[in-house]
Design a binder for this molecule. Structure first.
Ligand code: GZL
Ligand code: ZN
Length: 321
């Protein structure tokens, strides 16, 4: 089915180009896509970038890819340059949720459709983007909390939790926190004693966990990290403090990257909530459909699961990222 629609898309693009449809910036009948990526901050992001580049490959696509080093102003600059180049479609993963209305109005005025992938935006006018494909981050936060509740079965309170949050203002950080609090709040044994952003990186995760340990000493029962990279950094800090990660402090994180499976196999991480970065093929199909003027769903949710320590060894060889 995908093959046929791919050929159809090429034919119609050729026809459009043929009748001087003014295909913006497309070389021949390929679809020129401007893609602005958040950065290269985590294993998840590396896998996501690989999946996007593999899916938006020549000759069908002419991909212009930019890495924003996790800065919104760099993404806005990239989007403006894609508009100036007259690309056919713009796709991007917005580093934070707000501050996009102006540049997306400019894309709309230039007649360039926008596809959101991975993270969402908060905008006044829904027509500023055609579709959003990404995870349900609130559900990921709920899954992490459900694991903590299950893991704390029979333990008396207070159970003291520290939280390493993702990038300030980003959809995954806002929504994972919301989902986690919604479920953990149902059981008053749990207390979130400290929350701070580790910006989704190993280095910052380690640094913030060192501060938590200094402030709370051995008084931390659970670490909830919004991504595996921060959890892996925190694990180093916990070991350097002479404590056993996964035992003295139970740890749950999100993404399900290879590093998490290795940490679970070593008994240092207890669970990871899967967050699938391999969005490339679905993104490519959405771009084909949008470019060809076909209807697309406003929201495409990516299916994901949860992995625990006892499954790590068996699952490791199957991991694609
Ligand atoms: C989630 C993605 C997050 C990952 C982090 O879809 O936006 O950003 O959870 C990454 O690892 O940095
Ligand atoms: Zn996800």
């Amino acid at each position: 089915m995908r093959k046929v629609s791919g050929v159809l898309a090429l034919l119609c693009a050729a026809m459009l180009a043929g009748c001087g449809g003014g295909e913006g910036g497309g070389a021949g009948d390929s679809i020129t896509v401007g893609f602005s990526q958040v950065g290269a901050e985590s294993e998840w992001r590396t896998a996501n970038t690989r999946s996007v580049k593999e899916a938006l490959a020549p000759p069908e696509f002419n991909l212009r890819f930019s890495d924003a080093q996790q800065k919104q102003e760099n993404q806005i600059k990239a989007l403006r340059s894609f508009i100036a180049q007259g690309v056919d479609v713009i796709a991007f993963s917005p580093v934070v949720e707000t501050g996009w209305d102006t540049v997306l109005q400019e894309a709309k005025a230039a007649g360039i459709p926008v596809v959101l992938t991975d993270r969402a935006v908060k905008v006044s006018d829904e027509s500023l983007y055609a579709t959003f494909i990404g995870s349900d981050f609130v559900e990921e936060g709920r899954r992490a909390a459900r694991w903590v509740i299950e893991d704390s079965e029979g333990k008396p309170g207070p159970i003291r939790i520290v939280e390493l949050q993702g990038t300030v203002g980003s959809a995954p950080a806002n929504d994972r926190m919301r989902g986690f609090k919604e479920v953990i709040g149902e059981d008053d044994r749990f207390v979130i004693v400290r929350s701070q952003s580790g910006d989704f990186t190993r280095a910052k995760g380690k640094e913030v966990m060192e501060a938590f340990l200094k402030a709370e000493g051995g008084n931390i029962d659970v670490l909830f990290a919004h991504n595996d990279d921060m959890a892996i950094g925190a694990i180093q800090a916990i070991e350097e403090a002479g404590l056993k990660p996964g035992t003295d402090i139970r740890i749950v994180s999100i993404d399900g990257v290879r590093g998490a499976f290795e940490a679970m196999k070593a008994g240092k991480l207890n669970a990871t909530v899967e967050c699938n970065p391999l969005l490339g093929p679905q993104l490519a199909q959405l771009i084909r459909d949008v470019h060809a003027g076909r209807e697309v769903p406003r929201r495409v949710v990516v299916e994901e699961g949860v992995f625990t320590q006892d499954q790590a060894e068996a699952e490791l060889p199957n991991r694609k990222y």
